[in-house]
Structure formats: C-alpha cells, structure tokens
Design a protein around this ligand. Structure first.
Ligand code: GLN
Length: 307
C-alpha cells in the first residue's frame, strides 16, 4: 500500500513553495550563485525508513548544520568536561558570525562560528586534513553513506575567510583554541562545504533522535548521554538569534545552515529536514523554517506542547 506520508509531504511543499522572500547568502561568492528555487523536505523514522518530497535528493553544502555533529564527535573523543572548558552552552542571542567570547574566554556556544571553530580544533588530529578526515568520517557514519566536499564552494569560502580567521585569532590569543587559527578555520570551512541531501539530513537527525544509533546501518555513533546533550544545545542555540522564535513556534532541537538546510530531531520519534536556499535575516532558510513549523504542528512534535 502506498504510504499517505508521501502526498502529505508534497502538500506541505505546495503550501509553501510560492514563498520567494529571503535572499541567498552572498558573503561566500560561490553560494551567491546557486539556484534559489529548489525546495525539499524529508522525514526519517527510527527504523531507517525515509519519506521525501520535492528536491530532497539534490546535494547542497551542509554549512552550519555540521556544527551539531562535530560537537557530538568532539565530546565523544574528548569527553564533555574538556569540551566545556573550551566552549560554553549559553544561547548568544547574536548573529552566527559574532565574535563571541564569554567572561571565561570561551565562545558562548558550539552552534555559532566561534564555538564551532573551537569545536573543530578539539577533534583529534594534528593537521586540518587529519581533523577533517575524522569529521567527514563521522558525518558519513551519521548519514549512512560516504559524503564528499564541494571543492569550489570550499575554495570560495577560504578565499573570503577574513572574519572566521579573525575570530580564530582572538580565541587563540585568549587560549580558547586548541589548534593554530589557520588549521582550525581551514578544516572548519571544509566541514561546512560537505555535500548532503535533504534526505541525508533527515537520517542524520534520526541518528540524534534515536539517542545515537544510525537508523539504517544500526551503528551506534555516540552514547545516548551525548545525544541528549547535543539535542539540548541545539534546542537553545541551533537557530542563532532566532532560537527563541524557533522554540516557541516549532519546539524541537534543530540546526540550520546558510546553504539553506535545516535538520531537526524529535527525540525518540523522528528525524526531519528541509532545504531551500533563500535565507531570512538570521541566516535560516525561509521555506525550510516554514516547512518545519508545519510538520511540527501537524505531527504534534512540539516538545513543550501536550499532543
Ligand atoms: N561556512 C559558514 C561560515 O562560517 C557557515 C555559516 C552558517 O551556515 N551559518 O560563515
């Protein structure tokens, strides 16, 4: 029997597709040139079954969605205490590229650039390439397939990385960066340039939602304890300075990226994802936010609402 979920997801897309507000991220030259029209939505069950509609199998760069997963990897490899010594877990209420340092010299949280660069530096490995290889292996394990890098977007961002290099230098000066600034930023930008599809993101979300077991391969990639911690930080910090709006309207842990993707994880229930490149003023995809709001409402996913 054909699942009713498929036409439902199609209906979610159709109700939002007419929205053309928002703008492409233009601070990375290559990102400013992507097609703004694609729109995909996907959900992944904890048994690995996926449902998708629209452009859910079109690759795009993961960008900041990777931050949540690299954070999980850093905790797995270094332990939570050591990670917390370097990076806080307080929402910053600021833009993603804010030069964020708290009173202890740490970035406010791992979901903004400052914290994500510090997180990347904590991943085991001497060079940017070694650290990145660990990150790519982890992202691939969560997606259940071998992911690759968009080399032209990576080179384009590296060529305009002044602000991220500035952030990394300030962190290093305050002893909050466990690698040379150029190493941390080079690897962090490569991590942002990993190609994923909306369906991949839904499966990666399901990996967190299940407490750390990849739903298709059944590999346990992180402990339940770590998954719970990462989901908590995603809830309060995952949508940058729109985190408050997000928690009240959608109410599930999520992470967005300037490529237009959003990953969501409904603990113990499903992973979900949406993608469309035009962004609101916070750097979150306009259509993907709208799709997640609709899914949360229709499927009763809001954590703070009694279904
Ligand atoms: N690569 C981007 C940057 O560091 C990621 C930002 C994002 O997705 N918000 O600026």
């Amino acid at each position: 029997m054909r699942s009713p979920i498929q036409p439902y997801l199609r209906n979610v897309l159709d109700g939002i597709a007419e929205r053309r507000d928002g703008a492409l991220a233009d601070y990375i030259p290559e990102l400013a040139g992507v097609d703004p029209e694609p729109f995909g939505v996907a959900i992944a069950m904890l048994d690995g079954q996926t449902y998708a509609a629209g452009d859910a199998d079109l690759p795009f760069t993961i960008q900041s969605v990777a931050k949540a997963f690299t954070y999980a990897l850093a905790i797995r490899e270094r332990g939570l205490d050591q990670v917390l010594e370097h990076i806080g877990i307080e929402p910053s209420g600021d833009a993603f590229n804010r030069i964020s340092v708290d009173e202890r010299g740490r970035p406010a949280n791992p979901m903004i650039n400052a914290g994500a660069i510090a997180t990347f530096a904590l991943v085991p490995g001497e060079t940017a390439a070694e650290k990145f290889s660990a990150v790519l292996g982890f992202l691939s394990a969560c997606a259940g397939r071998t992911l690759t890098v968009d080399e032209s977007i990576c080179a384009s961002e590296w060529g305009a990385a002044y602000r991220n290099l500035g952030i990394a230098n300030i962190l290093r000066a305050g002893d909050a960066l466990a690698a040379e600034p150029a190493v941390a930023v080079e690897g962090y930008i490569r991590q942002s340039s990993v190609l994923v599809t909306t369906r991949d993101l839904a499966v990666m979300g399901a990996t967190l939602a299940s407490g750390g077991v990849q739903p298709v391969t059944r590999e346990r990639v992180i402990d339940e304890e770590i998954a719970g911690h990462v989901l908590s930080v995603m809830t309060t910090c995952g949508m940058y300075d729109a985190a408050g709006d997000w928690v009240s309207a959608v109410g599930i842990p999520a992470k967005s990226g300037v490529g237009g993707g959003i990953v969501g994880a409904s603990p113990g229930r499903i992973g979900l994802a949406a993608f469309s490149p035009r962004l609101d003023r916070h750097g979150n995809s306009v259509r993907a936010v709208a799709a997640c709001e609709r899914l949360s409402r229709d499927l009763g996913l809001h954590l703070m609402r009694i279904p």
